[in-house]
Design a protein. Structure first.
Length: 260
């Protein structure tokens, strides 16, 4: 089972990009409506979807109980990682990212399919939430104080120099900047495990008893969790991320290059 999660912040045309060219047999997955619940101040811009809705969507895609799943996008898997994390959170164990995403497929000279294919045969997958750790704002604050909380957004957003979509600029007090893009080589593949491990150790992962990750709305943070896993670390996702934190006026924000 191959899933195409074509999405980028500010680009609502993922389905059209999919129709213009995708891996043959891949099924399009809409991140906004199928991998997230409706936005809210408490849940952020991309809250985790209701389990029943996610299961219904996965069955529409054709996902079966024992069928391995490969996910990809056209942005270094920074969007596809949401599906990777969410399906594993919901109990699937055979879920894989296509390293290098669609760019790697193109670079290998492999064919693309255009148009929108006939819907696949419905799958019979059964999902159960909570198989991967997640936390809310209080848990994120505690991780920033007593563990390691990584901010996966671009460095300028972490510093509060720009904030294109969320209510306030800055970052969670105590969080360490670790932009998602720095997990990737120039060709969009993940850096080697030993390089990623050194990167995260320099951020404080080696001495941390627990690691958490957030981003703008819980999407690219899942990519950071994949990179951490490749490096040999486990991490907790804060799905609401900065979009939920910054919407609560009682939550403090820090600007500048330092954690606090």
């Amino acid at each position: 089972m191959v899933l195409d999660v074509r999405w980028a912040l500010g680009d609502p045309h993922g389905r059209e990009h999919y129709a213009d060219g995708h891996i043959p047999g891949a099924v399009y997955v809409d991140l906004e409506t199928e991998l997230a619940a409706p936005p809210s101040p408490e849940g952020g811009r991309h809250p985790l979807p209701d389990l029943a809705r996610l299961e219904a969507a996965a069955r529409r895609w054709g996902v079966g109980r024992d069928r391995p799943v490969v996910v990809y996008d056209d942005l270094g898997n920074t969007a596809a990682a949401r599906a990777w994390w969410l399906l594993r959170y919901a109990g699937l164990t055979r879920v894989t990212l296509l390293d290098g995403a669609l760019g790697a497929w193109r670079a290998a000279g492999l064919p693309l399919e255009t148009g929108v294919p006939t819907a696949p045969e419905p799958g019979d997958v059964v999902l159960a939430e909570g198989r991967l750790p997640a936390t809310g704002a209080d848990g994120a604050a505690e991780l920033a104080s007593n563990g390691l909380l990584l901010d996966a957004r671009a460095a300028e957003r972490y510093r509060g120099e720009v904030e294109p979509v969320d209510p306030r600029p800055g970052h969670i007090p105590g969080a360490v900047s670790a932009p998602t893009g720095e997990n990737l080589a120039a060709d969009g593949t993940f850096l080697p495990p030993e390089v990623l491990r050194e990167r995260f150790e320099k951020k404080g992962a080696a001495g941390a008893t627990r690691i958490g990750v957030y981003c703008g709305s819980g999407v690219t943070a899942a990519h950071q969790i994949a990179a951490l896993e490749i490096a040999g670390f486990e991490a907790v996702l804060f799905p609401g991320s900065w979009s939920a934190w910054s919407a609560d006026p009682a939550r403090p924000a820090v600007t500048g290059p330092l954690p606090s």
